[in-house]
Design a protein around this ligand. Sequence first.
Ligand SMILES: NC(=O)c1ccc[n+]([C@@H]2O[C@H](COP(=O)([O-])OP(=O)(O)OC[C@H]3O[C@@H](n4cnc5c(N)ncnc54)[C@H](OP(=O)(O)O)[C@@H]3O)[C@@H](O)[C@H]2O)c1
Length: 317
Amino acid sequence: MNCLRVVTKTARYRSWLSALGSSGCAKRSHNLKVSSVRTSLRRTMATAMVKRLEGKTIVITGASSGIGWSTAKEFARTSPKNLKLIVAARRVGQLDRLAQEIKEEVGDGVKVLPVKLDVSNPEEVKSFIPCLPAEFQDIDILVNNAYDSGLVKGVAKSPDITAEDINIMFSTNTIGLINMTQAILPIFKKRDQGGRGDIINIGSIAGREAYPGGSVYCAAKAAVRSFSDALRKELIATRVRVIEIDPGQVETEFSIVRFYGDKSQADAVYSGCEPLTPDDIAEVIVFAAGRRENVVVADTMIFPNHQASPTLLHRQS
Ligand SMILES: NC(=O)c1ccc[n+]([C@@H]2O[C@H](COP(=O)([O-])OP(=O)(O)OC[C@H]3O[C@@H](n4cnc5c(N)ncnc54)[C@H](OP(=O)(O)O)[C@@H]3O)[C@@H](O)[C@H]2O)c1
């Protein structure tokens, strides 16, 4: 077994080192050996994750850009031999492009199914599973990532928040996420031991700490957090894992959307800062999904180095 091989290597290396003593040469060799043991260990961990993800069917909502797009690619790169990805969003042209890029990068081992889906439309969500080709229906992992292009619109404060923005923020970010979860849970619950599968909800620092100008978005994300926590408790007698990933500042289309397409205002959000990239979050999502089934990464908060709260950011002048 790979794990055994690493342990044996480490033990052999220790005895080799004590025999050599602490000469400069030994130290250099020591460093080389340490790095080779580390590489070997990393490979072992990667192999375990690849095996755990192999054969899975994964749904990612909001896959046409940002974190969803990167997550699809990260799953494909991590388990390129045998994976099914259902990538969903409203811009199906973007999803086709994603499918093509994945095929070019990893080949035919990953089957990608682009699906046009508006998660804020309960009827579309209801017909989502029945309309999938049979080979894609046995879903193992749901990544609830979508948020509407209206979401976080503006930074208006009460009483000036428009009814349309309030509706958009809740209907995609919260109700859409809940409806998607309810559509997929019956598939999980058919499995043994009360059910198995992963629900990965993308929340936000905004759901933990509210800030002025973000009241509705913060409330919508706080609702995601409460829903995730309650769901994990409701599913306690199953093998279903409920995982929440809460990013801090990530550079995506998010800010452009927030400022109604005004790129210069969006750029100002990141000025003097180095935000996270969508790939940074994708790596955490795939890591969480790739753990042993008994390991539930229930909750994560991911900041870039300069951030410690929604409003506490260090900017270099
Ligand atoms: N970026 C950040 O700083 C940040 C921080 C914390 C949390 N987050 C969270 O991370 C998640 C992803 O955001 P992102 O930053 O990657 O944003 P993004 O690049 O704007 O992506 C949002 C995705 O959601 C899709 N979408 C919008 N409305 C939809 C609907 N009604 N039905 C289905 N798909 C829909 C969009 O595609 P279509 O337009 O094609 O439908 C797009 O693919 C969100 O849940 C967001 O709240 C982001």
